[in-house]
Ligand binder design. Structure first.
Ligand code: C5P
Length: 397
């Protein structure tokens, strides 16, 4: 499944560097072309000769060859790679990645790379649990770096806890699921909306909601991984644009409507995941509204319904809507299916713990005219895969 894929394996200076030898061997066996980059410290743990032999290419450490001045271009490496995996990733390298420091070829390549990046952290349990490491990993994850979680068990220090690098077999399995994906949606163009809209009251205040955009971003990422060309129309979120996805930033429901209507004619698939305001202030004050002793009223007008508009001009295209409900879930979702002319509705309920806003998990049901399929609480990535599977089923029907 990795045949012809260009993979950079970055090795940093931790005892788990010995496992990188097996990792490289497994990747090469699966047909990948592997370029190993090592930090100077990594060379103390495993020899360049071992890694060059297994990868069938000279390894690279320095930005240039001190003997002849030949430049090892991090930019060329970044463009060459289909994926970059840093395994093991030490606390030091993770901190530098999070801070944007480029004091080695490995780090400048990371900063230049346009491909998906993954890290497999490995360190002692206390370094792993340190708030600095935790925060650096969070920062990297928010920027779209995939984290291959360290395992718990016996550590080289003799202590026991979380910090063992994931086994090479697990890392390869992850890479196969990540970049070795069948391009089942190649040639399809998808429009995904995500995040919360912001409706201005005056230059200082606004109306919004709790959406973080995580579900919509996971869907955009999943569709892109399956080969679709994805336009992500995004309201407010803290998330980085997924690799391979084109993002158009919008603020208000009206802006999101205009952007979606402009894109829809070029698309085959629409997934309406954004939490769009149903009402917006009828008049936006150009100056800050001053308080008085009286209560005040803000008159709201209805926004235009994007999903309904796209549904009215759907033709043969596939359109998916979301229903976030607090009560009467099934009936409300079914009514949306018909009203907005959707192929299916993804329903989630505020009553389910761990579902909906903010978290990394969701519990979805997929509602079509034929019936309802309900799934367990799972990661938003898994839920996104279910939604993409359903879209594929409809296309191939
Ligand atoms: O009608 P309701 O807001 O409950 O429907 C939710 C679905 O409709 C979601 O898919 C949401 O993204 C979409 N929607 C929209 N434009 C709006 C309001 C909701 O596209 N103005």
């Amino acid at each position: 499944m990795l045949s012809g894929k260009h993979i950079i394996v970055g090795i940093t200076g931790g005892i788990a560097a010995y496992k990188a030898a097996v990792l490289v061997r497994l990747l090469v066996r699966r047909g990948a072309e592997v370029q190993v980059l090592m930090t100077k410290a990594a060379k103390e743990f495993i020899t360049p000769l071992t890694m060059a032999t297994l990868s069938k290419r000279p390894i690279l450490v320095e930005n240039f060859n001190p003997e002849n001045g030949a430049w090892n271009s991090h930019i060329d490496l970044g463009c060459w790679a289909d994926a970059m995996i840093i395994a093991p990733a030490t606390a030091n390298t993770l901190a530098k990645m999070a801070g944007g420091i480029g004091d080695s070829l490995l780090l400048t390549t990371y900063l230049s790379a346009r491909c998906p990046i993954a890290v497999a952290p490995a360190m002692d349990l206390d370094m792993m649990a340190h708030p600095a490491t935790t925060q650096n990993l969070q920062t990297l994850a928010q920027r779209g770096v995939a984290i291959i979680e360290a395992e718990s068990g016996e550590l080289a220090s003799g202590l026991s806890g979380k910090g063992r690098m994931a086994e090479p077999e697990c890392i390869v399995e992850f890479i196969e699921g990540w970049i070795g994906r069948a391009q089942t949606l190649a040639g399809k163009r998808a429009l995904v909306t995500a995040g919360a809209t912001i409706e201005a009251i005056d230059p200082v205040r606004y109306i919004t909601n709790h959406s973080t955009g995580k579900m919509g971003y996971a869907i955009a990422s999943e569709l892109a991984a399956r080969g679709a060309e994805v336009k992500l129309i995004s309201g407010r979120t803290q998330l980085a644009c997924p690799k391979g996805v084109e993002r158009i930033d919008v603020t208000s429901a009206d802006e999101m409507y205009d952007a979606c209507v402009a894109e829809w004619s070029k698309c085959d698939i629409g997934v309406m995941c954004a939490a769009v305001a149903d009402y917006t202030p009828a008049e936006v004050s150009t100056t800050k509204i001053k308080k008085s002793d009286d209560d005040m009223c803000i008159r709201l007008r209805r926004t235009r319904d994007i999903a309904a508009e796209l549904g009215a001009n759907k033709g043969e295209r596939i359109l998916v809507g979301f229903a976030l409900e607090t009560d009467n879930e099934q009936a409300n979702a079914e009514s949306k299916l018909v009203r907005k002319n959707l192929d299916f509705v993804v329903m989630n309920s505020m009553q389910d713990k761990g579902a909906c806003f903010g978290g990394d998990t969701n519990k979805i049901s997929i509602i079509t005219k034929e019936g309802t399929e309900s799934f367990p609480l799972e990661s938003k990535t898994q839920a996104a895969a279910r939604i993409a599977d359903k879209i594929e089923n409809i296309i191939t029907k």
